[in-house]
Design a protein around this ligand. Structure first.
Ligand SMILES: *Cc1c(COP(=O)(O)O)cnc(C)c1O
Ligand code: SF4
Length: 375
């Protein structure tokens, strides 16, 4: 057994553990574990500094989850775009391919709680269905492996998936959406990297939410992936009490760049059942974006997106930089709120088109007119 598998075995994963180690009320503990499983591996557990800290909030259940049962289970309506259980096909040229329901830690804010941790919802018999679906759909050029966490499967199973996808000529890129570099960096082994590099181009998107997660172990895992030729991106989720603070986000994104991880998205928290206590007003996200752009490397600035409820896909939101128009001028502000005027150009057809149109009209017997912009 590999080290990471051994560590997984040592996870905190029962209601009893919660009661004994985290003082959770015994009655709540069982209910919480039934609602959405608990799994905290010893590495991630070691990052907790005090009760209720940003690491704790992400992995230790809170009784407030029990009170939030009216919210939808599938707010992004993923099931509607799911032609086979392992595939979500929402965008024209790319699919989400769920290869396992398992994760090395169950995040309390997970948007896919309805499937994750429940092996009856995603399992290996659907992997082949997923590959067959992609093979039958030539418009799919980008496959995002997700779950669960696709690195929860063994190297052998993952290689079968990658090799299967690489046999499909229209699959151009493969992405691995994995939280492992953050929650169980020991999963990134030389053996795994050696295997992955056979199937390039492979992009990795990982999931760090707080600067305390940027440890030497995590840095090493990201460096190994980068050295193996995978561009590594990050998708953070904005959460109350965890990272809803511009200084924390600035620190996180600077640290990620130093770890060779390029910030990609900040997600506004979804409406999933049992996770609403993490939601923040959109104004908070805008405030964070305002404090990133201009104040640090543009490379450290991700897109802030809302995944549209009901399944419209990700919609980017930006602070207001265009303050208005004055005739043909655009009034802009910069990151320091200084005001600038940019003289816009009016769209007019190029000169040769004007001449051509006049020529055609003349030929058709229309009276000669002055060259110029037509109304
Ligand atoms: C996020 C997502 C993708 C990938 O979107 P990008 O913006 O290309 O990163 C693809 N399919 C689904 C269903 C998604 O939610
Ligand atoms: S790793 Fe991802 S899929 Fe797994 S519990 Fe966390 S957010 Fe959900």
């Amino acid at each position: 057994m590999e080290l990471w598998q051994e560590m997984l075995r040592q996870s905190v994963d029962s209601g009893k553990d919660l009661v004994e180690r985290f003082n959770v009320d015994p009655e709540d503990a069982e209910k919480l574990n039934k609602l959405f499983h608990i799994r905290i591996n010893p590495y991630y557990l070691s990052l907790i500094r005090y009760p209720g800290d940003p690491i704790w909030l992400q992995c230790i259940p809170d009784r407030i989850e029990l009170e939030d049962q009216d919210a939808p289970e599938d707010p992004l309506n993923e099931e509607a775009d799911s032609p086979v259980p392992s595939i979500t096909h929402r965008y024209p040229d790319r699919v989400l391919f769920l290869v396992t329901s398992q994760c090395s830690m169950y995040c309390r804010f997970c948007t896919r709680k309805r499937k994750v941790s429940d092996s009856s919802k995603i399992n290996s018999k659907w992997i082949q269905d997923g590959i067959d679906y992609i093979a039958a759909h030539p418009e799919v050029r980008d496959v995002v492996l997700s779950g669960g966490d696709p690195l929860m499967v063994t190297d052998y199973v993952l290689e079968r998936v990658l090799a299967g996808l690489r046999e499909i000529p229209h699959v151009e890129i493969i992405r691995l959406g994995t939280k492992m570099p953050c929650v169980l960096p020991q999963r990134i082994t030389p053996k795994l990297c050696k295997m992955i590099r056979k199937y390039h181009p492979i992009y990795v998107n990982t999931h760090f939410n707080h600067p305390w997660e940027c440890t030497p172990e995590a840095e090493r895992a990201c460096a190994m992936l980068a050295d193996a030729g995978c561009p590594v991106g990050n998708q953070a989720v904005l959460m109350k009490g965890v990272n809803d603070d511009p200084d924390v986000m600035l620190e996180l994104h600077r640290k990620l760049l130093k770890m060779r991880v390029r910030p990609y998205y900040i997600y506004q928290a979804d409406l999933t059942k049992g996770t609403n206590h993490f939601r923040t007003p959109v104004s908070k996200g805008l405030e964070i974006m305002d404090k990133l752009r201009g104040h640090t490397s543009g490379l450290a600035v991700p897109y802030y997106v809302i995944d549209a409820p009901g399944g419209g896909g990700k919609i980017p939101i930006l602070p207001q930089y265009v303050l208005g128009r004055n005739g043909k001028d655009i009034i802009l502000r910069n990151y320091k709120y200084d005001i600038f005027t940019y003289p816009d150009v009016e769209e007019r057809p190029p000169q040769h088109e004007v001449v051509e149109r006049r020529f055609r009209r003349k030929k058709n017997g229309v009276k000669k007119e002055k060259v110029g912009v037509e109304a």
